[in-house]
Design a protein around this ligand. Structure first.
Ligand code: FAD
Length: 323
């Protein structure tokens, strides 16, 4: 089924989980086992990333198809379009469809690291993500439920954006993607909950009052990764959060993760309460790790409630095993 259908029929709150395709065959087997355990978290859907420029095309398609076939949870395949020919896009979409994948996260992608990139002359049939949304809608009608990306702190690109680094600049382009037929939106990771809440307000006013909007959250698994991921995605870390990680703990991953679980649980709870039901799904960038996400799900009261109410002992046992 599609994410849109599942979203509309689920009261929430719930989570969704992002994975990336491992490089090796044994890595894939380990990850499938882990994804199987993580179905205990009752995710609404799973997503599989796409290496920019199609570098992981085969592995992405394989993992997405396997998960779709074996886990009984809708899979969403990411797909980037920049520097990509129509043939590559068609092949990916046809393969996905054959594997019963009904959800695509339509992205632009980034230039390969270290390469300068003149968008104007990029040898591609697609320039922006909206071109991919329009293409899928035109050529594949309603075969796919389409998601797009959004940036609560603004999409950062080149020097011009350093001057104008705010979500306001992107909003008309996000609206363009939604008007072109996007069915749901997932945000870039962030740690400043107030920035997300301001963005959500603008989104509701200027883009759509009803479209599913999933905040993207990255659990904190190590201090180094936390800093690196935030820098790479231009996510600011409020001092009130940074201060909770005193330097004597920086090398202790267990300690860092435990503090991170509290931080993320509070972010989830705050968003759920303050958006009064407008946000009912939380998307986790798992980095293919299970522990922290499972701990957040059992720790954030609004998410933990879903299991208490269900009184599903198998699910509760399953979570205890991975948390
Ligand atoms: P777009 O929506 O095309 O926007 C890109 C930039 O162009 C923005 O600054 C926007 O404001 C601007 N823009 C858009 N339209 C116009 C216009 N008409 N005129 C002028 N400017 C315009 N990358 C991967 O390679 N693989 C993945 O699997 C992947 N998954 C992701 C998942 C999520 C949830 C998110 C948030 C990002 C993901 N990315 C992934 C990263 C993404 O590819 C990059 O952030 C990329 O730089 C932007 O992609 P987009 O789809 O948001 O682009």
């Amino acid at each position: 089924s599609t994410i849109k259908e599942r979203y509309e029929s689920s009261p929430g709150p719930f989570v969704s989980l992002e994975f990336f395709p491992p490089k090796t065959q044994s890595g894939k087997q380990n990850l499938m086992a882990r994804m199987g355990r993580m179905t205990a978290l009752n995710p609404l859907f799973l997503t599989v990333t796409w290496g920019a420029g199609g570098t992981t095309a085969k592995k992405t398609l394989e993992l997405a198809a396997l998960a779709q076939r074996e886990l009984n949870i809708p899979v969403c395949m990411h797909l980037t379009c920049t520097n990509t020919s129509r043939e590559v896009i068609d092949n990916a979409l046809k393969e996905a469809h054959k594997a019963d994948i009904r959800n695509i996260l339509a992205l632009r992608g980034d230039p390969p690291v270290g390469e300068d990139w003149d968008q104007g002359s990029a040898p591609s049939d697609f320039k922006y993500a909206v071109d991919l949304v329009r293409y899928i809608k035109k050529e594949y009608k309603d075969d796919f439920c389409i998601g797009v990306a959004a940036y609560p702190e603004g999409h950062c690109e080149g020097e011009a954006d350093v001057m104008d680094h705010s979500s306001l600049r992107d909003l008309p382009f996000l609206k363009e993607k939604v008007d072109a037929g996007a069915d749901f939106v997932i945000t870039q990771l962030f740690y400043d909950v107030e920035k997300f809440l301001s963005f959500e307000k603008l989104f509701r006013e200027q883009v759509s009052s009803t479209l599913p909007l999933f905040p993207g959250l990255m659990p904190i698994n190590s201090y180094q990764l936390f800093n690196r991921a935030s820098k790479l995605s231009h996510a600011s870390i409020p001092a009130s959060i940074l201060n909770r990680f005193p330097s004597e703990y920086h090398a202790d991953d267990n300690k860092i993760r435990a503090i991170g679980v509290d931080v993320l649980s509070e972010i989830v709870e705050t968003i759920y309460e303050r958006t009064e039901g407008r946000v009912k799904g939380f998307h986790f960038y798992t980095l293919n790790l299970e522990k922290a996400v499972a701990q957040i799900v059992t720790n954030a009261p609004c998410l933990a409630k879903m299991f208490e109410e269900e009184k599903d002992d198998d699910l509760v046992d399953g979570i205890e095993e991975i948390a």
